[in-house]
Design a protein around this ligand. Structure first.
Ligand code: F6P
Length: 350
């Protein structure tokens, strides 16, 4: 009997998901396996909602953003007593030999627990535009998001210059500043605010004022959605917590723009890039990276090496335990922040 492999894509979509399914599918089908897709992430495994991938035109698909399987943040550990047995039951019902979970922290966290607690034979593929998964240098989708944010900041230069304004651009990334840092440095932003360092408005405004005094007519400030903004030592960011007990993100650019204008009398506007950073076709790097990660995951399945995730370390593809990927969130390191000293707050002073 041929090998039967399930696959799901969970969490926020990221450019490259279809390419990862393509890399996985081509390798598995070439090895004689049957592929069953579960719709909308773990929800499809809980509700038994599937689609066959046997006839999928993989080569054609890898160009497109989004995911042909659909996605959701639903997770069996939301209600483990009733949902985990459903996952196990549907795995058996489809006579699967293995399951490939393509996702970020939440999706792979559930995969890891199902492997360790129930010996469900799972293999992981890391995706998230946030790039906050540990045990891999990068996740696919990240560089496509950086490209969108960089282009947006580049393009905003002309209108900022024309009107002599400060443009404050909010990037996604939840509690990690990777997208903001890469796009901010790449586009030469005059201010870069990230969650890894508290952002003091006094310091940001002093820097902007110095630049204005030196003749700058306009400025770009990149701010990560999860940045905590302080004024006079008081945090202005939301103190509300999300479902995971983390501070809610969003609204940072609005606050920063309003405060710059009030403190400096320098006209400021804000822009939230939002889901555009996840939208559209993946850049070529992400297509190839995702394709390779998918193919590597297929190899793990064929070798029956469960509980592992395909990853990138120092430019090479490697296999890492799922547990290592989800144990801690990968955020900007001091080493990274120091390397670009001068771009990030705090720059001495305060
Ligand atoms: O994790 C990916 C991400 O795009 C974050 O950067 C962002 O905070 C969040 O998802 C947005 O989630 P949603 O699609 O549920 O609005």
């Amino acid at each position: 009997m041929s090998l039967r492999v399930g696959v799901l894509t969970g969490g926020g979509d990221a450019p490259g998901l279809n390419a990862a399914i393509c890399g996985l599918g081509r390798r598995l089908i070439a090895a004689g396996a049957e592929m069953i897709g579960f719709k909308d992430g773990w929800r499809g495994m809980m509700n038994d909602s599937t689609r066959s991938l046997q006839d999928a035109n993989f080569q054609h698909l890898l160009v497109y953003g989004g995911t042909l399987l659909g996605s959701s943040g639903d997770n069996p550990y939301r209600d483990p007593a009733t949902m985990v047995p459903k996952v196990l039951e549907n795995f058996r019902k489809h006579r699967l030999d293995a399951l490939v979970a393509i996702g970020g922290e939440g999706t792979l966290g559930a995969a890891d627990r199902l492997w360790r607690e129930h010996q469900l034979p799972v293999v992981g593929v890391p995706k998230t535009i946030d790039n906050d998964l540990d045990a891999t240098d990068f996740t696919f989708g990240f560089f496509s998001a950086v490209e969108v944010a960089t282009r947006a900041m580049d393009d905003l230069r002309s209108t900022a210059d024309s009107h002599g304004r400060v443009m404050v651009v909010e990037c996604m990334g939840r509690h990690a500043g990777w997208i903001t840092a890469y796009a901010g440095v790449a586009s030469g932003a005059e201010g870069i605010l990230v969650p890894e360092r508290p952002a003091h408005l006094e310091e940001l405004c002093a820097n902007l004022e110095r630049l204005r005094a030196s003749g700058k007519k306009s400025a770009i400030v990149a701010v990560a959605e999860g940045t905590r903004i302080y004024e006079n030592g008081v945090c202005l960011s939301s103190m509300d917590k999300d479902e995971f007990g983390e501070y809610q993100t969003g609204g940072a650019a609005f606050t920063v723009a309003k405060k710059i204008q009030a403190r400096l009398g320098w006209e400021a506007r804000h822009l939230v890039l939002g889901h555009l950073q996840r939208a559209g076709k993946p850049i070529a790097f992400d297509r190839i990276f995702a394709l390779r990660l998918g193919a590597r995951a297929a190899r793990l399945v064929l070798e029956k090496r469960y509980g592992f995730m395909a990853a990138m370390r120092a430019g090479e593809l490697v296999d890492v335990p799922l547990q290592a990927a989800v144990a801690a969130r990968k955020v900007l390191t001091d080493q990274f922040l120091d390397r670009y000293e001068g771009f990030f707050l705090p720059i001495g002073g305060l």
